[in-house]
Design a protein around this ligand. Structure first.
Ligand SMILES: NC(=O)c1ccc[n+]([C@@H]2O[C@H](COP(=O)([O-])OP(=O)(O)OC[C@H]3O[C@@H](n4cnc5c(N)ncnc54)[C@H](OP(=O)(O)O)[C@@H]3O)[C@@H](O)[C@H]2O)c1
Length: 381
């Protein structure tokens, strides 16, 4: 079957998801063309990517050098909405990814979606933007992708979504014992290799709460029908239960490559020798344990405010981003993160029905106030 080449914009091209997206593009040169690349500050890698993929447009926060393979600098929002673009890959980390993700959806583009902070900040608005623009949101994150794949072809509503969690770097330790853990220890995920923020969020289980909030919006299901179970092997990426008791699970290796390829090529599945495979015989035992949310203060806090809605989820995402940065930079202890985020949330006056601009402003305020609170308390102590 003859197919049109899919024209892509990749936001966050130099990150973990971004570079793996480019691996898929590299494996299928006749299926994809890169029209735009956007990154943060990693100039050497970005330059290599521009030289290799020769996009027409780019955006970077780093230094703009001349001779970027003839590409034209433009705002990320403009690149994401260009008429010739078919799909935008949202792989920026954090709240900064919101404006271009919305611009893409408002322009009717399909969005391969990894940047979960954006759906945490503004789930309802994101889904509305997709509906109004006519583009699809295709999960490029393993848990929502698993749920999506389990729901595929089903006409009945699921009775429950069961999101699996590895438990993160400190899954066998009590929260109270984690006061002295270092950023290096927290950055060692037991099963996945990912960017630093999501790895820290996995260690606190903030990431798991984000996935619950993400699933609530992406699959239009109430919070009380979403469960989390600890699954140490990270092979079952999530499950869906139906009214007749049938449980469907999606299994895969601990690699994002399949997940990203599926989002980019949906509904097509193509062989790719670069993709790791699971061998059922060598998989070993799969275990599932009840998760006790009271052991994970970030998880409980995030769900409490995720359920409140308004601008609280945006403040949650903004404050978490600042708290993770403070921890990684060595300014606060691992166990201080939930308190710092909670202080910012309790200082916020939520807007009940926020606009996109209100949401962006709430997250910006939260990041700033969280960093400022910390600086002030350091100066006072
Ligand atoms: N990694 C995974 O396996 C995985 C799995 C599921 C979901 N996700 C989600 O996917 C997103 C990306 O995660 P990641 O692990 O790929 O993160 P990452 O490795 O830290 O990469 C983040 C990307 O965003 C860019 N960036 C950072 N700040 C920016 C800003 N202010 N403006 C524009 N670009 C900026 C970075 O550019 P520079 O590096 O050039 O500064 C980089 O390209 C996150 O929301 C994460 O939760 C990741």
């Amino acid at each position: 079957m003859e197919r049109n080449i899919k024209k892509l914009v990749i936001l966050g091209s130099t990150g973990s998801v971004g570079t793996q997206t480019l691996e898929i593009v590299r494996a299928f040169p006749d299926r994809f063309e890169v029209v735009g690349l956007c990154n943060g500050y990693n100039a050497p890698l970005f330059k290599q990517q521009l030289d290799e993929f020769k996009p027409k447009y780019f955006n970077t926060l780093g230094e703009v050098e001349s001779g970027y393979a003839g590409a034209k600098f433009a705002p990320a929002e403009e690149i994401a909405a260009l008429p010739e673009v078919d799909m935008v890959v949202a792989a920026t980390v954090g709240c900064a990814g919101m404006p271009p993700a919305f611009a893409a959806l408002q322009a009717g583009k399909d969005l391969a979606f990894a940047n979960k902070e954006v759906i945490v900040m503004a789930g309802k608005l994101l889904i509305e933007a997709a509906r109004e623009g006519g583009g699809a949101i295709l999960p490029a994150d393993s848990e929502p992708s698993a749920i999506w794949q389990c729901l595929e072809g089903e006409e009945s509503e699921p009775s429950r979504l069961i999101i699996t969690a590895s438990g993160g770097a400190f899954r066998d330790r009590a929260w109270d014992s984690l006061g002295d853990v270092t950023p290096d220890q927290a950055l060692k995920h037991p099963t996945w290799t990912m960017g630093p923020k999501i790895t820290i969020d996995s260690a606190t289980l903030m990431n798991k709460a984000f996935e619950v909030i993400e699933s609530r919006w992406m699959f239009d299901i109430p919070f009380d029908r979403i469960d989390v179970t600890i699954h140490r092997q990270s092979i079952v990426h999530s499950m869906v239960e139906f009214a007749d008791g049938t449980l469907k699970a999606q299994l895969g290796p601990t690699s994002m490559l399949q997940v990203i390829q599926h989002a980019l090529m949906y509904p097509d599945r193509q062989s790719n020798s670069e993709l790791p495979k699971l061998d059922a015989v060598r998989m070993g035992s799969l275990t599932f344990e009840e998760m006790n949310p009271t052991l994970y203060p970030c998880f409980e806090l995030a769900l409490e405010y995720g359920k409140k809605g308004g601008t609280y989820p945006a403040v949650l995402a903004g404050a978490d981003e600042a708290a993770v940065q403070l921890f990684v930079d060595g300014h606060i202890k691992f166990t201080e993160m939930p308190d710092i985020v909670a202080n910012t949330l309790s200082a916020h006056d939520s807007i009940v029905e926020p606009s996109i601009a209100d949401t962006i402003e709430a997250a910006r305020w939260a990041t700033e106030i969280t960093l400022a609170h910390h600086n002030q308390s350091t100066i006072l102590s």
